[in-house]
Design a protein around this ligand. Structure first.
Ligand SMILES: O=C(CO)[C@H](O)[C@H](O)COP(=O)(O)O
Length: 232
């Protein structure tokens, strides 16, 4: 496989996005992902809405940024409500062979999970740099934590996943759209990921994790050799 460090990934992200958007039909309620790959999908949905190829589309955005972009490109956006979504399209930070995912490096993991769990089909779009043999190989695992008492939560998390740090790009911690902080955990590769998810979710102060297990139906993964379609 070509070395992702020497390849311009942007055209690949767009190619993967276009393949996923081709699955959208008029009248669908669509979960709109977050990040540099999902951006191409939102732009393409907007283009098709604008030229009349798609009508009656309602988007549900997984972040403030995607909400803004969707409205800019002419997509009708509604808040998440209990009705199912026909499809959701989103990027990922790691894609395992069984389509288990790490998501949330873009900081939107809570709204992504809330939205995508309601989607009949979750379609992942990515360039080939996101493919891993096992979860935790390349990316840290983002964990959204409550701001109140965050240092105590970080200590509790360090007992479970010793490697990791509070996300702090500058003088202050990174704040999510929900007003929370993020702890980026370095996982030990090869453990029981489902058990880890349960343990993390049971940890006081943890709001949500970036482990998306058993959720994705399909992934379009683009490399210079073409777009591969992976299914669970
Ligand atoms: O989970 C996410 C945001 O919370 C993104 O989908 C993930 O970080 C991938 O982003 P990109 O397409 O920019 O690589």
């Amino acid at each position: 496989m070509p070395d992702p460090r020497t390849v311009d990934l942007e055209p690949l992200k767009k190619e993967a996005a276009l393949r996923a958007v081709a699955l959208i039909e008029s009248g669908m309620r669509v979960g709109l992902g977050t990040g540099s790959t999902a951006k191409y999908a939102i732009e393409e949905i907007g283009r098709r809405v604008q030229n009349g190829e798609l009508t009656g589309i309602v988007g549900v955005a997984t972040s403030e940024a995607s909400d803004l972009l969707a409205r800019e490109v002419g997509i009708t956006v509604e808040p998440l409500d209990p009705r199912p979504l026909d499809i959701a399209i989103d990027g990922a930070d790691e894609i395992a062979p069984n389509l288990d995912l790490i998501k949330g490096l873009g900081g939107a993991l809570l709204r992504e999970k809330l939205t995508e769990v309601q989607a009949r089909r979750l379609i992942i779009i990515a360039d080939h740099s996101k493919i891993v043999g096992q979860i935790g190989e390349k990316s840290p695992l983002p964990i959204e934590i409550a701001r109140f008492g965050f240092l105590s939560t970080v200590e509790r998390l360090r007992q479970i996943v010793p490697g990791g740090r509070l996300r702090q790009p500058g003088a202050q911690p990174y704040v999510t759209d929900n007003g929370n902080y993020i702890y980026d955990a370095q996982l030990a590769v090869g453990g029981d990921i489902a058990a880890l998810e349960r343990q993390l979710k049971g940890t006081l102060g943890v709001v949500e994790t970036g482990l998306f297990l058993g959720m994705a139906e399909r992934a379009f993964v683009a490399s210079p050799d073409g777009v591969r379609e992976l299914s669970r």
